[in-house]
Design a binder for this molecule. Structure first.
Ligand SMILES: [Zn+2]
Ligand SMILES: [Zn+2]
Length: 327
């Protein structure tokens, strides 16, 4: 499933390429796909390349509760709640994955399409909005997600520019702070984090089923992407992951935006890692060092063996933290 020749940057060392690929395998190959593009100077067309890969990637389905399933393919992690009120789907991956996603949903239950929730605006979570809309889902998201899908966007870190999406892909119901849905015998709580990974991130919580989708504030097992172009920042990531922890107990099934299904204990470790990196980088920045000087000091060195095996290299992550940390 990994097309190394097409997507592995030639500048990566063999060692980093191996560790990168092994992390991809651990994480379910494609779930960290946007980061695979990170070290490329200028991907010709990120979305086209990603759509081609998504079209070939199977959807893996895992039952998390009686009527909640996790779906993992090439884009961000998805989930669906089923029942007589209709399916409530979280995120839509890439447009080209829609036939596989719809087939997986149909295999889970014959309930009708009802609501698609976007966890945030990023392409790997919303690109399938139009085909899902055409399949009968009505799209719900934070108000800024709608704004961003209606206008051209860029992700500077990934050298990605994206045109506005057409109207069928836009959320038709939006909220600013929080919203509760009552569906299929359960409560679904949605709430906006202060800017963290982007300024559009929300969590989706099923308190009775004890399932929590935290969006891309959590890349389980690796340094995360923080999208500065959309208001993302390290302090917000720490606050958001701390907030998610308040919603979870030892039994909670926590769905990260990317990577394997997680536990509260893993999220605790991730939050501690973010806080440690933040504190180390902030101290160096406060001392007057430039970004290049701080990166050269390797402030994450003691953490890299555990967290540095994803597409987000320690140096790139250190740079993001330096640029976005409040000192
Ligand atoms: Zn994502
Ligand atoms: Zn994202």
């Amino acid at each position: 499933m990994l097309d190394q020749d097409a997507t592995t940057p030639s500048s990566m060392s063999n060692a980093s390429r191996r560790s990168f690929l092994s992390m991809a395998a651990v994480a379910g190959v494609a779930s960290i796909s946007p980061l695979r593009m990170l070290a490329q100077a200028a991907p010709a067309d990120f979305r086209t390349t990603s759509r081609a890969a998504a079209a070939k990637t199977p959807i893996r389905v895992t039952q998390l509760a009686g009527n909640i399933h996790l779906l993992q393919g090439y884009g961000g992690n998805m989930a669906v709640q089923t029942g007589p009120d209709g399916k409530v789907l979280i995120d839509s991956s890439y447009m080209s994955a829609a036939p596989r996603i719809l087939a997986a949903l149909d295999a889970i239950s014959k309930d009708p399409a009802a609501t698609l929730i976007n966890s945030h605006w990023h392409v790997d979570h919303v690109d399938g909005n139009q085909p899902m809309h055409e399949a009968g889902f009505r799209i719900l998201a934070h108000s800024k997600t709608r704004e961003r899908l209606m206008t051209p966007q860029s992700i500077a870190l990934l050298h990605v520019s994206l045109p506005a999406y057409p109207a069928p892909a836009w959320p038709v119901t939006t909220f600013d702070q929080s919203l509760t849905l009552w569906r299929n015998g359960d409560q679904i709580t949605l709430a906006h984090y202060a800017p963290a990974h982007t300024d559009t991130d929300i969590y989706i919580h099923f308190p009775h089923a004890n399932v929590l989708h935290v969006a891309d504030i959590w890349f389980n097992g690796v340094y995360p992407l923080i999208d500065e172009s959309s208001g993302g920042n390290i302090d917000g990531m720490i606050t958001a992951s701390a907030h998610a922890l308040t919603l979870a107990d030892a039994q909670t099934k926590i769905i990260p935006g990317h990577g394997p299904l997680g536990t509260r204990a893993q999220l605790v470790e991730y939050h501690a890692m973010l806080s440690t990196v933040r504190d180390r980088v902030a101290a160096l920045k406060k001392s007057g060092l430039t970004e290049a000087e701080v990166v050269a000091r390797k402030p994450t060195a003691s953490l890299d063996a555990k967290w540095g095996k994803g597409g987000m290299t320690p140096d790139v992550f250190t740079g993001i933290v330096y640029r976005t940390v409040r000192v």
